[in-house]
Each structure stands twice: as C-alpha cells, then as structure tokens.
Design a protein around this ligand. Structure first.
Ligand SMILES: [Zn+2]
Length: 309
C-alpha cells in the first residue's frame, strides 16, 4: 500500500514545483525594512512588484517589534531591501533566520543593502565601539533623508530588480528615469523654499537629520539625546538650553516616536519651536510617498524658522 502513495507523491512533486516557480505574470515579492524603501521600490517596480515594509514610518527604526507575522512575510520574499549600517541590527537578524528563506540572507542575491554608494556621514575614524550604547557605530544610518541619496537608492533598487527579473529591465529603467525627473523637479522646489534659511542652526532630538541638514544647508548644533539611543539627561538638557540661547536657535526637530516632555521643557525655557519632523514615509498618513516626506518636513521647518524672522 505504501509504494503507490509514494509514487503518487513523486508524480505530484514536479507539478507542485512548477506551480511554485513564478509564472510569467507573478510579481517580484519585495520586503523592505522602511516605508521609504518600499515607496521607492513601488516607484521603480510599479505593477511588477509587491512591496511591503516591516517597520512603519511612525516607529523608531532602531527598535521595531519583531512580530511573528513579519517572519511569514519574509519567508515568501524574493528580495529584502535594508538601510544597513546596523540600523536594523536590533530586530532584523532573528527575523531573517526564522524565515528560513535562504534567498534573502545577507550576501545572497535577494538581499540589497542600499547604504552602498550613498553619502554616509559621521563615519567613525577610530575603532568602532558601542560605548555608551551608541546605535550609530558605522556612520549615520538615517541617510535617506537627503534626496541625493534617494536618487542613489532608486538606482540600486532598479539595478537589483533588473538583475532578479531581467525580462522587465526596460520597464525598471523607464520608471527610474521618471523617478529621477520628478525628484529633480521637486528638489528644486524644496531647495528654493529652504534657501532663505541657509546656515540656520537647529537642534534635533536624535541624530536622524545630518544628511537632511547637509542637503538643505542647515547646521545641527546639538541633539537632545546626549548620544544616539541615550535618553535626555538633566545635565545635558541644561547644556542644550545654553546652546539654544547662545546660538539663538529657533527650531528643534523631534521625530514622532519620542516623548515631547523634554522638547517642550526646552521650548518653554528658550522660546525655540518644537517641530515634529518625520524621518520616514508613513510618519503621518499624508506622507504617502518619498516626495511627500520632503513636502511635509520642508514646510514645517520653513514655518518654524520663518516665524519671527
Ligand atoms: Zn539613529
């Protein structure tokens, strides 16, 4: 009785295998860590991809809840796109391991680290250390907040999609060209809005904004966190009050996932505005894509910096 069943199973295996190989119209299943990366993937891949972000834009990307439902998503992925520089080190590696999906392991074809080729700031010059809990040991991992890096990220994603799905290379290249044209036009608008504030000093809660500040010619004079990932302390808060007063700083950029208690206290002491600024797509519903991210943040900053100038 056992032999015929085995034979039947043997006959079914090739049929099932054929089903699991993507048919011609199947979409490339892309999982990204950030919504910024899924937004750019959708711009490049259009209908040819199915993109899903593990972290939502209103979450701190260093600390994401590694839910079991995310493992299932990863187990089916053709491609995993990460920011890299250890931004996701606290939560992503166990998810990848548990997904049992060899394709998306670091170093394999289905894994893309988009920090490669980008302008990365605050690279360590000496030995890399996690002293005092620094969560940016290999340089600043919030680099997508510069549209010039967004362009490089889009090119990396287009190249990877073309590699995995070569029959649609022409579509990916056409979509990339459209993305770059749109980004150049929007960037001109953003730069024009920010131009009157060139050189303005700001304070930020976390070190999320050095690339943004560089692109828009702002200067991050200090952070409310004493070090990336370390909560505000009373002595450091006093230093920031002195800094804001001596440098006549008008605005503090605060990511949406931090407690506003210390920023509001600082504002009360100094008069500087608290600007809730969004480092990622999905931070609020109206930030539905990578372009809207800068639309919202630039307008909020222009409002705060221009208020009493
Ligand atoms: Zn960070």
């Amino acid at each position: 009785m056992r032999l015929p069943r085995l034979l039947l199973a043997a006959a079914l295996v090739p049929a099932l295998a054929a089903l699991s190989i993507a048919p011609a119209a199947a979409k490339v299943r892309v999982i990204t860590t950030l919504q910024d990366l899924s937004s750019i993937t959708e711009s490049i891949g259009g209908d040819l991809v199915d993109a899903f972000a593990l972290a939502k834009g209103y979450q701190d990307p260093h600390f994401v809840d590694a839910k079991p439902s995310l493992i299932l998503k990863l187990s089916r992925a053709d491609l995993l796109i990460v920011a890299g520089l250890e931004l996701e080190i606290g939560w992503l590696p166990p998810l990848i391991d548990q997904s049992r999906n060899e394709r998306i392991h670091p170093g394999n074809r289905g894994y893309l680290d988009v920090s490669t080729g980008c302008d990365i700031l605050q690279r360590p010059t000496g030995q890399v250390t996690r002293a005092m809990g620094d969560v940016h040991p290999f340089g600043n991992p919030h680099f997508w907040t510069d549209p010039d890096n967004g362009r490089i990220i889009a090119r990396s994603i287009a190249a990877k999609l073309s590699e995995l799905d070569p029959s649609n290379r022409a579509v990916y290249e056409k979509n990339l060209a459209a993305f770059e044209t749109m980004l150049a036009a929007k960037d001109k608008e953003w730069l024009a809005k920010m131009a009157p504030f060139a050189g303005a000093k700001i304070v930020t809660f976390h070190e999320s904004w050095p690339n943004f500040a560089k692109h828009f010619k702002l200067a991050v004079a200090g952070t409310i966190e004493p070090k990336p990932g370390i909560p505000p302390s009373p002595s450091h808060t006093l230093e920031i009050i002195n800094l804001i007063q001596s440098e006549k700083i008008r605005a503090m950029m605060v990511e949406p996932y931090f407690d506003l208690k210390t920023p509001k206290y600082l504002s009360g002491k100094t008069g500087a505005s608290v600007v809730v600024a969004y480092p990622s797509v999905g931070g609020v519903p109206e930030i539905k894509d990578y372009f809207a991210l800068f639309d919202v943040d630039v307008d909020a900053l222009v409002h705060a910096l221009g208020g009493t100038k």
